[in-house]
Design a protein. Structure first.
Length: 169
């Protein structure tokens, strides 16, 4: 695998983005950023959009990074600077199961949320996850057309994700 220095990981909530980003960051020795950690302030209050964009821009201005998150309103920022996009698309039912499991059995070793925040499981999150592919496909297609230099990989299974990670070693 060529040395990729700017990787954006996107996909459905509960698809395994955060866990994979942490593993990949350790393997490639790249700074890893979890957008949920910056989207909210301590205690769970949603951060001002302009402040969130400014924080993300600081990440993007670095020479090397892994940024994971499904904040579609800032996809374009990441697509413009990334070399590789990794799109996590396992089954929606699996994602919902993982999100529900994470809500009640959080992985405290994974620092992917702001201090004092917990993962929520709401009807809005269920709808967002269920409709993600359908709702975001036009945006993804437009961005891929706008940024043809990007390498995009789509992962639909745990096996494909593990195989990719093994090529990074």
């Amino acid at each position: 695998m060529k040395q990729t220095k700017r990787i954006a990981i996107i996909g459905l909530p509960g698809s395994g983005k955060s866990t994979f980003a942490a593993k990949l960051g350790a393997e490639l020795d790249l700074p890893t950023h979890h957008l949920d950690k910056h989207m909210f302030t301590a205690g769970g209050k949603k951060r001002n959009k302009q402040e969130f964009i400014a924080i993300q821009q600081e990440m993007l201005d670095q020479d090397a990074w892994i940024i994971e998150g499904c904040s579609t309103s800032t996809f374009e920022m990441r697509f413009a600077k990334a070399q590789t996009i990794l799109y996590f698309r396992p089954s929606r039912l699996l994602c919902l199961f993982r999100a529900l499991k994470r809500r009640f059995f959080p992985d405290n070793t994974l620092c992917d949320t702001a201090e004092g925040c917990s993962k929520v499981f709401t009807w809005e999150m269920v709808k967002y996850t269920w409709n993600f592919d359908k709702d975001k496909k036009p945006l993804l297609n437009a961005l891929l057309k706008q940024y043809p230099h990007l390498e995009m990989r789509i992962f639909t299974s745990r096996r494909a994700i593990e195989d990719y990670l093994s090529t990074c070693k």
